[in-house]
Design a protein around this ligand. Structure first.
Ligand code: AMP
Ligand code: GLY
Length: 421
């Protein structure tokens, strides 16, 4: 069987890595992929939003199943488009993708089903904003309503800044929408909780915690994620029960009622405090870099899971996870997330031992004349599975130390909450 993976990040490299372990797979295509995916898949240079070209390619290469990594093609309806042409897309429909596309859609669903989340109000103009902010405690969270590649959220320590951020969004800072949400700040520990749904049933699909800030000690600006570990150690049975009953189940029920049952992986971003989970946001896909640690821990054949989902029979399979601990450390180019970095060569990747328990996933890399180059941003993800978090982290650090790349930057404290030095 042939399969296509859409995307070009570390997440998609780890999905290809896992799919490669499946005996039933003949060939993996990655659209468009990176230097890392080219080791285990054939990279196909098609724009992920050019659904017509993707469809032609799939038909000509006998591919029936498509795994979509990033949110943008899903939000723009890749599932709806390809499934009309008889391909199976592992991911949600355009209508179900509103959970990530629109913060106000999700907030309305939360209100209707009493899903615990931060107090909020949506605005489409500046009318009433000043008065609303006046009544709030600081910090205040301001969010662009549409997709903003993780840059749409500001945590404002004072009211002047909060007002300023609202103005910026309303004046068109983000192309996706001028609408915004003003929301209460939730304190507590953040967890990424994943479930898999086939539209009828759902199953737990792993937990992880990521480090969003650029600097050690979780300082500095927010990024797409500088590292992650799995499993999370704060999800007790009691907390998990609450996550399922108070958050996941009403959401899936709500989507079914709206006529758009969720198929694929749903990622709940949660804040947990005093054993009470609250929803910060939904993503309609695997997290990056959370996916990298989940793929290391997943014992069940990923293709088998996808096929069970296609048949709407995930209730008939067991999804097994390694009891070992996984860590991934992201190496970004120096200056990220503020400065645009230039293309630079990455040397020595061949010196790194790669196996099922330790792997160097690629994100923004490409190959030219048999050399590997960084194109900036988040570039490599050293990932390891080991008996404990400390030994897994040491393996990751040693992998990254061997890389000879002048623009290399990475955090050495990933997983500090679960590692005592
Ligand atoms: P989002 O794009 O909604 O995931 O937000 C990005 C990050 O901002 C989250 O992962 C949190 O770390 C933080 N964040 C978002 N909303 C809140 C909130 N209401 N309270 C505290 N932190 C938040
Ligand atoms: N690591 C956060 C995300 O994938 O959205």
């Amino acid at each position: 069987m042939n399969i296509a993976v859409i995307g070009s990040g570390g997440r998609e490299n780890s999905i290809c890595f896992k799919l490669k372990q499946s005996k039933q797979i003949n060939k993996i295509f990655c659209i468009p992929g990176n230097a890392g995916t080219s080791i285990m898949a054939e990279n196909i240079n098609i724009d992920v939003l050019n659904f017509e070209s993707i469809s032609d390619f799939l038909r000509n290469n006998n591919v029936k199943i498509v795994f979509v990594g990033p949110e943008v093609p899903l939000v723009q309806g890749i599932k709806d488009y390809l499934e009309k042409k008889d391909f199976f897309v592992f991911g949600p429909s355009k209508a179900a993708s509103r959970l990530e596309k629109s913060k106000s859609f999700t907030k309305q669903l939360c209100k209707k089903y009493k899903i615990p989340t931060a107090q909020y109000k949506s605005f489409s103009s500046m009318k009433g904003v000043k008065d609303y902010i006046k009544k709030m405690n600081t910090p205040i969270v301001i969010k662009a309503d549409g997709l903003a590649s993780g840059k749409g959220v500001s945590i404002c320590n004072n009211k002047t800044m909060a007002l300023q951020k609202c103005k910026e969004i309303n004046q068109g800072k983000f192309k996706s929408s001028k609408k915004f949400v003003i929301e209460e700040f939730l304190s507590g520990e953040e967890v990424s909780y994943f479930i898999l749904s086939d539209g009828i049933n759902y199953k737990f699909f792993g937990s992880a915690q990521d480090h969003k800030r650029i600097g050690e000690g979780d300082t500095g600006p927010n990024t797409g994620g500088m590292g992650a570990y799995s499993p999370s150690n704060i999800i007790t049975n009691k907390v998990e029960n609450k996550i399922k009953k108070e958050i996941i189940e009403p959401t899936l029920k709500g989507l079914k009622k709206l006529g758009c049952p969720f198929v694929g992986i749903l990622y709940a971003g949660l804040i947990i405090k005093n054993n009470q989970p609250k929803l910060i946001e939904y993503n309609i896909r695997l997290g990056d870099p959370e996916c990298q640690v989940l793929m290391m821990r997943l014992k069940t054949d990923l293709l088998k899971i996808i096929l069970a989902c296609k048949k709407k029979q995930i209730n008939k399979i067991a999804i097994n996870w390694s009891d070992k601990k996984a860590i991934t450390i992201v190496a970004s180019s120096k200056g990220y997330p503020n400065k645009q970095s230039k293309i630079s060569e990455i040397k020595n990747t061949e010196k790194i031992l790669l196996n099922a328990n330790q792997y160097l996933f690629h994100a923004s890399t490409f190959k030219k004349n048999n050399k590997i180059f960084s194109s900036g941003g988040r570039v490599l993800n050293a990932t390891a599975l080991n008996k404990n978090f400390k030994s897994a982290r040491n393996i990751c650090i040693n992998m990254l130390k061997k890389i000879n790349w002048k623009d290399k930057y990475f955090r050495r404290d990933i997983g500090w909450r679960v590692i005592s030095n």
